[in-house]
Design a protein around this ligand. Structure first.
Ligand code: ADP
Ligand code: MG
Length: 815
């Protein structure tokens, strides 16, 4: 089925412009027309090949067997992708033909390419240019995964001219907003994207051609429900939609929410004996909660020459285990990752772990899904996952594509039976193993001494204890998680704590709801913080004596951070203070109270409060020396005096106040006040709504016109340049003399407002732009720092804001 796949050396057909005008010498224009024709022919051929493609054909084995444009084909080849994986073979042809696709395939089976290739092709065949705005939107549940998808897109899309961006939060909305307008492809997390759709003026998604949800079941589940529904509301209904996950939901309600049209269900491994990769070896260990850390320590000590991910249930668990094991120096480098870390730190840690040969990463479920760390030997689930799907995704971090991997799950005796049943139901083959007694070592005493030495560590231990027990308590699946059967005292002791923290849970807490609440509360960036840190402290919640102790003792940076978290979590207390503050002031107005107060607080020795008349109507209470002094200055008194009121005169020359009150009886006749008010509000709201619709339509029309104009201008420009420049895609290497950031500069940088009308259309070559967040930073273009002649990171001469520094750091780390 090689028909239509473009021959090497063929010109990309993208330049077949619609708005064609003869501008230069006839000879030139002839050449142009010829070339355009050829481009159109290529595009036509490609389209025919796609139309004729049989999606069920068994002949499709390699990427070269697919009707792909030259740019995609060469991009894939250069990235060393040749043979299609099962899911790619099943899904790409259907997606190329414009179908909505629901794709399910095991972890590590190549789902990313299964949607990225159709995305590139769709936009290419639609002759998408930057002036067409957003053409494709790819949604990922976590930032880590979004970054990774973006990297793959950049790799295989290197020969395309599209602009692509990453919208994952972690920096200011404004900075991101400035670069959104011209993006063709965006990879995003749902909450952040929604923020832009709601708040970024001029960001138009009405042209969207294709929507992709990676890890779709996660995005469609409760945690993201409202964000995704609102987001989809913004998108046009006529679009292609692709959903991918290793654990796909076929729920009709989900499909309806996305308004899929006759979706094709592609399940590459439905008939497979197991839901997990065949080259993955899975086992479990039964270890009582009180010995879990001992077992984990023993495991690490016997696997020093490995790359390991250890999944824990919350960010607090992660921090404690990381900090305490670090002190004990296991002999393997330790890293930790959870949702509450700063974005830059998260990126640095993921890239360090990716490139490490031997290392152990303690992580929450932020990296449970989709993230493709190369060559992971072991996935350890020290805390039992909340359900079998999470289990499948976690173990999927190893044994990716064709490599091998091993996974081990720690189960508390009370969890064993219940969870094994869940796994069996999901077709997960797992076998029991025992820890060798000789390798067991209790680290309780060491931890205790570290906790004794360091108040910070002790505090983390307490938090870890609380967050773990709480997470067990809140788990939905009571057949697996049995709170009452846990040995809490033993657990506290095993963390090195001198006593068991007292805990008290409120009834009716629901883990999903709480997780979502904290997600919503922590604004934009934290949507991927699925680390189960749970809710912030409730006001009436019992504080343990350990917490109080820690608040008192830990006077350094770490504890102040925690205290801040606690403080933030208690807005009620703040508002109480405020109420007190206000009521004190108000008491003074009441004369009787004043007298009483004066009588009882004579000890205060202030002047006795009295009331002074100012002008005709105003009065001033004199209750302090400061007020007494006021009386001496007429100028200062002006502030307290009646300013007079504005009057309007009617035709007869009678004065009326500007807002005249209606006669009360007359008003009462019109109906109940509440109803009248509602009517009035409704009427006004209706007016506003109407005006808004008009305004929006008007603005949209203007934007469209502007775009058309720019597009036309750009085409002219392009046609002019083609003659001089030759053609073909320009690689972004710095050594071909091309400035990869040319387009970037044509965009307004912060603080500098460029009218869209005045903006020069970017030059042709610059239209190829795969930029990520970091290199699209504010303060671009002054000093150039060349690294190895390849990458150019541009920054303001002196990075002066924290964001600048972060961006620079992230940029450097990326290499
Ligand atoms: P999934 O999303 O299904 O978990 P990914 O798309 O992350 O899997 O791919 C897993 C790994 O397989 C990646 O490292 C990717 O580079 C590799 N891969 C994907 N498709 C191919 C292919 N056709 N040929 C070779 N390697 C591939
Ligand atoms: Mg994936």
């Amino acid at each position: 089925m090689a028909a239509g796949s473009t021959k090497p050396g063929a010109k990309p057909g993208q330049k077949g412009g619609l708005a064609h005008r003869v501008k230069t010498a006839p000879k030139k224009s002839e050449a142009k027309t010829l070339k355009r024709k050829r481009g159109q022919e290529d595009l036509g051929k490609l389209q025919t090949a796609v139309d004729q493609l049989d999606p069920k054909s068994t002949d499709i084995k390699n990427f070269t067997d697919l009707p792909l444009c030259d740019a995609t084909a060469t991009g894939l080849r250069a990235s060393h992708f040749e043979v299609l994986t099962d899911v790619q073979r099943a899904a790409i042809p259907l997606a190329l033909k414009g179908n909505d696709v629901l794709g399910a395939a095991k972890t590590g089976s190549g789902k990313t390419l299964a949607f990225l290739v159709p995305v590139l092709e769709k936009l290419y065949r639609a002759r998408w240019t930057e002036y067409d705005g957003l053409g494709a939107l790819i949604i990922s549940p976590t930032r880590e995964l979004a970054v990774q998808i973006f990297d793959v897109l950049r790799k295989i899309g290197r020969n395309h001219y599209f602009s692509a961006g990453l919208v994952i939060g972690g920096r200011s909305l404004k900075e991101e907003a400035e670069r959104l307008g011209r993006m063709n492809i965006l990879v995003c997390t749902p909450g952040r994207m929604l923020q832009h759709l709601d708040q970024t003026a001029g960001f138009d998604v009405n042209n969207l051609q294709i929507l992709v949800l990676d890890e779709a079941d996660r995005i469609m589940d409760m945690g993201f429900q409202s964000a995704v529904d609102a987001l989809v509301d913004h998108l046009p209904r006529t679009r292609q939609t692709l959903l991918f996950s290793a654990t796909q939901s076929k729920r009709v309600s989900d499909l309806a929410r996305l308004s899929l049209k006759d979706p094709e269900y592609v399940s590459a491994h439905e008939a497979a004996a197991s839901a997990t990769p065949t080259n993955l070896q899975q086992s479990y260990i039964v270890t009582p909660l009180a010995e879990k850390l001992d077992t984990l320590w023993g495991f690490l000590r016997t696997n020093l020459k490995s790359k390991i991910i250890v999944f824990l249930s919350s960010g607090k668990q992660v921090r404690f285990v990381f900090e305490s094991f670090k002190r004990m120096q296991p002999g393997i480098s330790l890293l930790h990752l959870h949702g509450r870390q700063k974005q830059v730190a998260r990126m640095e840690i993921t890239s360090r772990f990716s490139s490490a040969k031997f290392a152990c990463l303690f992580a929450t479920d932020v990296v449970a899904r989709g993230v493709d760390f190369p060559a992971v030997d072991w996935v350890v689930q020290a805390d039992c996952p909340e359900d079998a799907d999470t289990y499948i995704h976690r173990v999927g971090r190893t044994a990716r594509y064709e490599s091998n991997g091993r996974a081990v799950l720690f189960l508390e005796p009370s969890e064993e039976q219940g969870f094994l049943k869940r796994l069996e139901h999901k077709k997960v083959p797992i076998q029991k193993v025992n820890v060798r007694e000789a390798k067991k070592k209790s680290i309780k005493n060491e931890l205790q001494s570290y906790c004794f030495q360091s108040a910070d560590l002790k505090y983390l231990g307490q938090k870890a204890f609380i967050s773990y027990t709480r997470s067990i308590h809140l788990q939905k699946d009571k057949e697996v998680f049995k709170f009452s059967e846990l040995d809490l005292d033993g657990f506290a002791e095993s963390l090195g704590l001198a006593g068991t923290p007292q805990i008290k849970f409120q009834k009716g807490e629901d883990i999903k709801r709480l997780k979502n609440a904290s997600r919503a509360a922590a604004s934009s960036g934290s949507e991927s913080d699925s680390d189960g840190d749970g809710p912030k402290r409730k006001k009436d919640q019992v504080r343990t004596k350990y917490e109080k102790m820690a608040e008192r003792q830990n006077q350094d940076v770490l504890s102040s951070h925690y205290r801040k978290l606690l403080d933030d979590a208690d807005p009620a207390a703040a508002s109480d203070d405020e109420a007190d503050f206000l009521s004190v002031k108000r008491v003074l107005v009441d004369d009787a109270a004043l007298d009483a107060a004066a009588g009882s607080t004579s000890a205060k020795a202030t002047t006795e409060p009295r009331i002074v008349k100012l002008g005709a109507t105003s009065e001033l209470v004199i209750d302090s020396n400061r007020r007494e002094k006021l009386l001496k200055s007429k100028k200062k008194l002006l502030k307290y005096m009646d300013k007079g009121s504005k009057l309007v005169f009617d035709d007869e020359g009678n004065a009326h106040p500007v807002y005249e009150l209606q006669d009360e009886d007359e008003f009462a006749l019109q109906g109940p006040a509440g109803e009248l008010r509602r009517k009035f509000v409704d009427a006004e709201a209706e007016k506003v709504r109407e005006a808004d619709v008009d305004d929006k339509a008007h603005a949209k029309e203007r934007r469209r016109e502007k775009r058309e104009r720019q597009k036309a201008r750009e085409r002219e420009e392009m046609e002019g340049m083609e003659e001089e420049d030759g053609e073909g895609p320009q690689l972004k290497d710095a050594d071909d003399g091309e400035d990869p950031l040319a387009l970037l500069r044509s965009l307004p940088v912060a603080g500098e407002s460029v009218d869209e009308e005045e903006r020069e259309p970017p030059k042709k070559k610059a239209r190829k732009w795969f930029e990520d967040e970091e290199s699209g930073e504010e303060g671009v273009s002054r000093n150039k720092m060349k690294k190895g002649g390849k990458r150019v990171i541009e920054m303001a001469a002196e990075p002066d804001t924290l964001e600048d520094l972060e961006a620079l750091a992230a940029g450097l780390l990326e290499d």
